[in-house]
Design a protein around this ligand. Structure first.
Ligand SMILES: [Zn+2]
Length: 433
């Protein structure tokens, strides 16, 4: 369907208002409009409302199929990915996940092991239509000395196919070792990475956050937090991060993941926190699949009664940037997943009610994470931009989100890519006990 020449005219494509800035067209109540899109030299040469200009004789009529820009996945853990066969989670709880992963990391995460699993994950993401991935890298000593060089090599290998970013991952208590943390921040800066930590309600949280912000400011780094991934209503580190950002006068980008406990807190406290988050300009990413899996899991003899996700609707209403992302794949934190952002968006629609109306929620899988990751031109379809898009079978939200769309066509720089997924058997030799 997509000519190998890389030069063609697609007529009758269905595009979404939230992902086609600048397109003048009549959008329906689902946010869709029909458009014609021409591609040449790897770029989108033009995009206009359907029928506005005369289609060439060799135009390809897509019959109203949905075309979306390639996905941006802003929160993943591809250093942990696919260890499940050798290190499953015995009971599906968060604590068991933490312990199992820690044990696997200290015994198995050689440079080769990490590199092969990361590459496997990126091949999955690429085949599903993702063009940028941010991964967290477990950076507890001595793992940072292994994983950061691997990341730098992988990023080069994937340049032009997937923009790979990395953020360090460590519990905030590790920041107490100031000399080590300063060294880590320097290493992250040298790799042009992002400074990341996991916040807990430790007594010296504010002091430690100040140290994190100080290092970020010193090296000009963006920040990325894991915050409040718990049902414990006393977990308010999202608010503490917002306050720390304001009083440190931080002007870089801050992305905060999870924020699960917020959904359990009293309304008045929630509103106060969200006002601070908006004022501080934080962006929030929800990880719906992982949250559904880990949150509200008690002894596996009770049925979960809440969804685990944070308050994205209330955030978006306040102008807070919101995204959804994959998080873990086939590791003790989440037994499933394949870095398929369509699956993430489909699950988000169901878990978080991204529907009736759909509004501008599609930005959460493309345009917004691209902005947070500072990827200019990614996550939208516009004339002059790289011709990176996905052609689906579906012609409406219900068609798009009811099937896996495994037969979608992924176009990169104007050409359809080979979408074969890597075989799990490739990893078998890494999974031997
Ligand atoms: Zn995470």
């Amino acid at each position: 369907m997509i000519p190998a020449s890389g030069s063609y005219y697609l007529a009758n494509v269905r595009v979404h208002q939230s992902l086609t800035p600048g397109l003048v067209a009549t959008f329906d109540s689902d946010g869709f409009a029909l458009a014609d899109l021409s591609v040449g030299e790897g770029k989108i040469a033009s995009i206009a409302a359907h029928g506005r200009s005369k289609a060439p004789a060799d135009a390809i009529d897509l019959g109203g199929r949905i075309v979306l820009p390639c996905f941006v996945d802003c929160h993943t853990h591809i250093d942990k990915g696919h260890i499940w066969p050798r290190k499953p989670n015995p009971d599906g709880t968060f604590m068991a996940a933490l312990n199992a992963t820690g044990a696997d990391r200290t015994t198995r995460w050689s440079a080769e092991d990490v590199a092969r699993r990361m590459d496997f994950s990126l091949r999955c993401a690429y085949a599903h239509g993702t063009k940028a991935v941010r991964t967290h890298l477990d950076s507890v000593a001595p793992q940072e000395e292994i994983s950061w060089p691997v990341f730098e090599t992988i990023r080069e290998k994937w340049r032009g196919r997937i923009d790979v970013q990395a953020a360090c991952l460590l519990g905030i208590e590790s920041v107490r070792d100031q000399a080590w943390f300063e060294r880590l921040a320097k290493r992250v800066a040298a790799a042009k990475g992002v400074l990341g930590v996991v916040t807990y309600m430790v007594p010296d949280l504010e002091e430690l956050l100040d140290k994190v912000f100080a290092e970020a400011i010193k090296h000009g780094l963006d920040l990325d937090f894991h915050a409040d991934e718990t049902d414990d209503v006393s977990a308010i580190s999202l608010e503490k991060i917002a306050e720390a950002s304001l009083w440190n006068g931080f002007d870089g980008n801050i992305l905060v993941g999870h924020c699960c406990s917020l959904a359990r807190q009293p309304d008045l406290e929630v509103l106060d926190t969200l006002d601070k988050v908006a004022k501080a300009g934080l962006a929030v990413v929800s990880l719906p699949m992982c949250n559904l899996y880990l949150q509200d899991r008690r002894n596996n003899q009770t049925t979960p009664r809440w969804r685990g996700v944070t308050l994205l609707h209330e955030m978006k209403a306040r102008g807070i940037k919101v995204a959804v992302a994959s998080d873990n794949t086939r590791d003790p934190f989440y037994a499933y997943g394949d870095l398929d952002m369509l699956e993430v968006y489909r699950m988000a629609t169901r878990i978080l009610h991204f529907d009736h109306p759909v509004g501008d929620w599609p930005k959460a899988m493309a345009a917004t994470p691209a902005e947070v990751m500072r990827l200019e031109g990614a996550g939208t379809l516009a004339a002059g931009g790289s011709a990176d898009f996905i052609v689906f079978k579906g012609r409406s939200w219900t068609e798009l989100l009811s099937r896996p769309e495994s037969d979608r066509i992924v176009v990169r720089k104007g050409r359809a890519i080979d979408r074969r997924l890597p075989d799990y058997a490739e990893l078998d030799e890494l999974m031997v006990e």
